[in-house]
Design a protein around this ligand. Structure first.
Ligand SMILES: Cc1ncc(COP(=O)(O)O)c(C=O)c1O
Length: 401
């Protein structure tokens, strides 16, 4: 399924994208915060000339978030950033002066953080980020997971001292349960999705993700002509699309949102023109993208800044993982997790399907950017699907906390 969603009046629409959250000043602030993190380095931007030639493109670049902050996925940027911001705000309020990130480890701030509890629901990666942020500031974290989250992913979150709560049902059920319990106990919910009346914290999480676009523009010689980004609730797609549109204006790339065919809530939302919750179907191998209802703030931005919405099938994601693991020509081998490669799988489908390629004006002059949003965050699953141990491809493929 595929839909082009170009807006002739996009310039007016861009004016209402949350510049305060996704613009250049916001991204620089995230960069400044990252400068205070011990394990921060810019993630690599790999160039794949072999695959670009095979797909009939001028250039193909892949931003490898498998290296992000020791957590193996881009989610490391969002939850922990929101936790740190919230601790600084609460400390400023209680201490009666502005507390900056450089004071995060001062005794007075630590004492305040120790009284705070952060909670969230997760498919795996977001919960690790919230738990890591809470551990960093000395706060408590309680993370809710549904039955489909593997024991290995649960253990990777618990390693940060988080209390884990198993919830019956799906991701959406865990979101509802986390919000209910947190409401009762006066904990702070740090969700990566938003709902009516709850937008500010998900926007902080998305602000954290702007680091990806900000770094990529620094690393590229020229801005891309096309960007393919995968979506669960739409947070990363909205953050990257919004940031690039705000920073590049008329030079913004054509932006394509890619979802698993089995959980295409943004495609259905784009077709309907308003938020749509899709029916639960079979689980997808792209487990981190298995969301049935978009984030409201993400949709608000994508309705303005995305140009197309498409889906990929299960076998296409697995083929993209294998393609990155076993590259052609001089391309480097890259460890891309099941959900990490979905944007690339979308590009591979678009570039090899004549009518989609034509609609997106993909040709030999295209410079394409995709984001490998996770490494082998579930190494056992990775080996099942690719037939290789991720550690042999890359010694620190991000799976350890
Ligand atoms: C590896 C990975 N990629 C992509 C996504 C999708 O992000 P979002 O839910 O913000 O659309 C997720 C979400 O958990 C993820 O973990």
């Amino acid at each position: 399924m595929f839909l082009v969603n170009r807006h002739p009046d996009y310039r007016t629409r861009l004016a209402s994208i949350d510049a305060e959250t996704l613009g250049i000043a916001a991204a620089r602030e995230v960069d400044r915060f990252l400068g205070h993190r011990d394990n921060h380095t810019e993630t690599p931007l790999q160039t794949l000339p072999g695959l670009a030639a095979e797909l009939g493109l001028a250039e193909l670049h892949i931003k490898d978030e498998g290296y992000r902050l020791g957590l193996g996925s881009f989610k490391a940027l969002g939850g922990s950033y929101a936790v740190i911001r919230l601790v600084l705000e609460e400390s400023s309020r209680r201490l009666g002066r502005t507390i900056d990130v450089g004071e995060l480890h001062d005794a007075a701030v630590k004492a305040i953080a120790a009284t705070m509890t952060f909670a969230c629901a997760t498919d795996g990666n977001h919960g690790r980020s919230v738990a890591q942020g809470a551990a960093l500031v000395g706060a408590r974290s309680v993370i809710f997971v549904h039955g489909g989250v593997s024991d290995q992913r649960v253990a990777a979150i618990a390693r940060f001292g988080a209390e884990m709560v198993r919830v019956d049902g799906t991701y959406d059920d865990s979101v509802v349960e986390a919000a209910r319990v947190a409401g009762e106990k006066s904990w702070t919910i740090v969700s990566d999705t938003s709902w009516p009346g709850y937008e500010r914290i998900p926007l902080l999480v998305m602000q954290g993700y702007t680091a990806i676009g900000h770094e990529a523009l620094r690393q590229l010689a020229e801005p891309p002509t096309h960007v393919f980004v995968q979506a669960g609730v739409g947070g990363i797609a909205a953050a990257v699309a919004g940031h690039l549109a705000l920073v590049l204006g008329d030079r913004r790339p054509l932006f394509v949102v890619v979802e698993p065919a089995r959980a295409a809530c943004l495609l259905e939302t784009a077709k309907a023109g308003h938020i749509v919750k899709v029916a639960h179907g079979e689980p997808t191998v792209m487990a981190m993208l298995e969301c049935y209802e978009p984030s409201r703030v993400a949709w608000r931005i994508l309705a303005r800044a995305a140009d197309a919405f498409m889906t990929v099938d299960e076998d296409e994601a697995i083929a993209a993982m294998n393609r990155l693991a076993r590259p052609v020509a001089q391309d480097p081998a890259i460890v891309g997790g099941e959900s990490g490669v979905a944007g690339l799988a979308g590009l591979m489908r678009a570039a090899t399907t004549a009518d989609i390629g034509a609609k997106l004006a993909l040709d030999r002059s295209s410079r394409v950017l995709v984001i490998n949003t996770e490494g082998a965050t579930d190494p056992v699953r990775y080996t099942e699907l690719v037939g290789l141990d991720p550690a042999t491809l890359r010694p620190s493929s991000g799976q350890t906390g």
